[in-house]
Design a protein around this ligand. Structure first.
Ligand SMILES: C[S@@+](CC[C@H](N)C(=O)[O-])C[C@H]1O[C@@H](n2cnc3c(N)ncnc32)[C@H](O)[C@@H]1O
Length: 203
C-alpha cells in the first residue's frame, strides 16, 4: 500500500467554510482536495492500493485535531474535480464536529477526533516512513528502498516546529523529489510516478 500523510494547517476543523472560497477562507482546502484527488485518480480508474491520511491541526490544541483517512480499497464518490472532493471532506468535518468517535462519513472515508501530535508520532514510528521535504536527499540519488511506504508531506504551509521535531525524532529518511518547491498535489503525483516506474521495472 502507498500511504500519504498530509499535514493540514489552516482548514477550519469544524468544516465551517464555503465551497465557493476554497483557496481563501477554507484555508487552502483547494490544495487538500487536489492532493486527495491526485492520490487516487488515474485516467478512468482509481488507485486502490493507496491511502491518504489528512491530519487537521492548526489553531488551538493539537489534541482537538481531526483525522480523515481515505482508503482506495473502499472509496466511492471520488471524482477528479476538486470541488466535489472538497465537498466530501467538508461533509466529514462538519459531521465530526461534535461527535466523540471515529466513523465512516461516506464509503472509504473515515473521520474522527485525534491528537495530531500523538497521531503523527505513532505514524512516524512505523517502519519505512519517508519525510518529503525540499531539503532532503534527492530521490534519484537515493530512492527509498523496500516496499511502498508512508510518505509525510505538508499542505501549502510549512510544517510547524512541533511537527518537524516529531518527524525529526522519528529519524525518518528525508527525501526531495526535485530542486523546486512544488505543490502538495504535484509531489504526490511524482511519488506515484516514481513508484509506478520502479514497480514496472521489477516485472
Ligand atoms: C507547497 S510545499 C510547502 C510550502 C513551502 N515549504 C513554503 O512554505 O514555501 C508543500 C509540501 O510539499 C512537499 N514538497 C514540496 N516540494 C518538494 C520537493 N521538491 N521535494 C520533496 N517534497 C516537497 C513538502 O512536504 C512541502 O512541505
Amino acid at each position: 500500500m502507498r500511504r500519504f500523510v498530509v499535514l493540514v494547517h489552516r482548514v477550519p476543523r469544524d468544516g465551517n467554510f464555503t465551497l465557493n472560497d476554497l483557496a481563501g477562507g477554507a484555508g487552502r482546502m483547494d490544495e487538500i482536495a487536489r492532493a486527495v484527488s491526485t492520490a487516487f485518480t488515474v485516467s478512468n480508474d482509481l488507485r486502490r492500493d493507496t491511502q491518504v491520511i489528512a491530519l487537521f491541526g492548526g489553531e488551538g490544541s493539537p489534541a482537538s485535531g481531526r483525522r480523515i483517512t481515505v482508503s482506495g480499497t473502499r472509496v466511492r464518490y471520488l471524482n477528479p474535480d476538486e470541488r466535489s472532493t472538497a465537498a466530501l471532506l467538508k461533509n466529514a468535518l462538519v459531521r465530526a464536529a461534535d461527535f466523540p468517535r471515529e466513523f465512516e462519513s461516506s464509503p472509504g472515508l473515515v473521520v474522527g477526533p485525534v491528537d495530531v501530535r500523538e497521531e503523527l508520532r505513532r505514524l512516524a514510528a512505523e517502519p519505512g516512513g519517508v519525510w518529503l521535504t525540499e531539503d532532503g536527499t534527492p530521490w534519484r540519488v537515493s530512492p527509498p528502498t523496500g516496499p511502498p511506504t508512508t510518505f509525510f508531506l505538508s499542505d501549502p504551509y510549512e510544517p510547524t516546529d512541533d511537527e518537524k521535531s516529531v518527524l525529526a525524532a522519528a529519524k525518518l529518511s528525508q527525501v526531495s523529489i526535485g530542486p523546486r518547491s512544488l505543490r502538495t498535489s504535484q509531489v504526490i503525483d511524482i511519488v506515484h510516478h516514481e513508484l509506478d516506474l520502479a514497480e514496472a521495472s521489477e516485472r
